[in-house]
Structures are given as structure tokens and as C-alpha cells.
Design a protein around this ligand. Structure first.
Ligand SMILES: [Zn+2]
Length: 282
């Protein structure tokens, strides 16, 4: 079973069918004692002993959403059968934008599904737009961190969007929505173009509020239907905790000619109803 499957099993067993999902309900069910500590060497710590299992959460974690995610991550170490022993999890292990040990990636996947299960989230996503004002509302409705919510949003949304994390003015990581054209290449390691909102966030180092603007699509990528007049919506938020700027790029309208009159290589055709490229052989 995948880490997500263990999380889903627990939600079914406990009859949890609505947001927000409180991970404390799960620790109570499993008789796990939870305490907040003034730790400087970890965010979360799963300790198994003869007298029972305890989870310690660093009380200095700055938001409830992040604390919930950390607790859900430690529950993941407890519930995934291959995770044995104790786990002392530093901030970096909970950072989805860095390379981490496999067990930490698995605990993060478990936590994401426990707090933001796909079957509950997908039906409500259409009420939220792909910008950080709206995703922030979603995170408050779900009691989850903005980062975890944005990642899940991008991976499940029917909108044509992509979530990008950058640091030092370079692209570090991205997650395309299912309908985002795969041919629009986003290169990890590439410098952020001058003129984007993301670059203005990265360059002057000042902490700013989330913001949204229209931007030339060619600043970010090229591809079918994209020319110098194509624009998309760019929304940004600085994530100081992880040292990254999060960016969402969103095409509210199709970026290419649906009738295909301008570029008639018929390798792909566009299906208006589903926002997906389909191979004509399919
Ligand atoms: Zn961990």
C-alpha cells in the first residue's frame, strides 16, 4: 500500500467525512500522547517506548496549519508499517521542496492525504480560484498550512495552472495541474525572468504580502499558442519558513487556438470540454 492508502484507511475507520480534519482525533484513537515542547533540534518527534507512544511537537512552529501537518507527519511514521523505531524530524524533512530521505517523503505524503484527502477536496476545489488569496481561504477552511494546501490544489485542480517554488531567484520545484499542457517546459534551476512578480519578490529581499498580476506567458515558458501577446495570471506569496517564493501561474482562458488554424501540426488536438491534450490515436 502507498502512504496515502494508510491515511485513507484511517479516515474511513474513524468515519471522518468533512473538513477541517483534526489530527488529534487520530492520536486519541491510537492512544498516543501528544505534547508541545520548546525544542530547537526538531519540529516533530515520535518516541516509542515500553510505556507507550508519544509525539512531541515544537511549540515554536509558527502556525496551526504547520503544527497540524507536523503532527500528521509523525502519525504517518507511526502508521506506515515499514517505519519502525523513533523519528526525530527536523524542519527540512517537512519541507516538500528539498531532497529528503524516503521515509520522510512517505510521512509527508501520508500527512497530506490525512489532512487534505483527495475524495473530500476534489468536489469543493471549483469554489476556489488558483491564486493565493483564494488558496489561503481554502487552507483556513481546512485548517492546513498554505504550502500543503497549495501543493494539493495544484495536483488536483481542474484549472489550467502550475505551482512553482523558487529561491535565490531560481526555479526549484514545480507541480502542474492535470490539465496544464505537458509541453510547456519549466526548467528547474532556470533563473526567474525580470518583469515577473516572482522576480520582484526575490530580488529586493523585502517581505511582502501575497499579490497577483497579469504577466507575459513567454516570461515563463513557450509552446503551442503562446506568443508575445499571450498573458496569464501570476500570484505570489513569500514562504519565509522554507525560504522560498511560491508562485501560481494560471491561464483563465485557453492559451492556444482551439480550432488549430494557426498551427496545424495535428499531432495533438485540444478538447475544450476537458482541458486536456489528447493523442489523436487515442
Ligand atoms: Zn519524519
Amino acid at each position: 500500500m502507498r502512504p496515502e492508502d494508510y491515511a485513507r484507511e484511517i479516515l474511513i475507520d474513524l468515519g471522518i467525512t468533512s473538513f477541517p480534519i483534526n489530527p488529534s482525533v487520530v492520536t486519541k484513537e491510537f492512544d498516543i500522547e501528544v505534547a508541545e515542547t520548546d525544542a530547537d533540534s526538531y519540529d516533530g518527534f515520535l518516541l516509542r517506548s515500553n510505556s507507550g507512544t508519544k509525539i512531541f511537537i515544537n511549540k515554536n512552529i509558527p502556525s496551526i496549519g504547520r503544527k497540524n501537518f507536523t503532527l500528521a507527519h509523525e502519525i504517518g511514521h507511526y502508521c506506515i508499517p515499514a517505519h519502525r523505531g523513533n523519528y526525530k524530524c527536523i524542519t527540512r524533512y517537512l519541507n516538500p521542496f528539498t531532497n529528503n530521505p524516503q521515509v520522510e517523503i512517505e510521512a509527508n505524503k501520508f500527512a497530506s492525504e490525512l489532512l487534505l484527502p483527495e475524495n473530500l477536496l476534489k468536489p469543493i476545489l471549483h469554489s476556489y480560484k488558483p491564486d493565493f488569496e483564494s488558496i489561503n481561504e481554502l487552507s483556513e477552511d481546512c485548517g492546513t498550512s498554505l504550502t500543503a494546501t497549495a501543493i494539493k490544489f495544484a495536483s488536483l485542480s481542474d484549472d489550467c495552472c502550475v505551482l512553482i517554488a523558487s529561491s535565490d531567484n531560481k526555479i526549484k520545484w514545480f507541480q502542474k495541474s492535470p490539465s496544464f499542457p505537458y509541453e510547456y517546459r519549466i526548467d528547474v534551476g532556470k533563473s526567474i525572468s525580470y518583469g515577473t512578480l516572482t522576480a520582484s519578490y526575490s530580488l529586493d529581499g523585502a517581505i511582502k504580502e501575497p499579490d497577483t498580476q497579469q504577466v507575459h506567458a513567454t516570461y515563463w515558458f513557450t509552446g503551442r499558442g503562446i506568443n508575445n501577446t499571450t498573458t496569464l495570471i501570476e500570484s505570489c506569496v513569500p514562504m519565509v519558513y522554507y525560504g522560498v517564493v511560491l508562485t501560481i501561474l494560471w491561464f483563465p482562458e485557453p492559451p492556444f487556438d482551439i480550432n488549430g488554424s494557426s498551427d496545424d501540426n495535428d499531432e495533438y488536438r485540444y478538447e475544450e470540454s476537458s482541458w486536456r491534450w489528447r493523442d489523436p490515436e487515442e
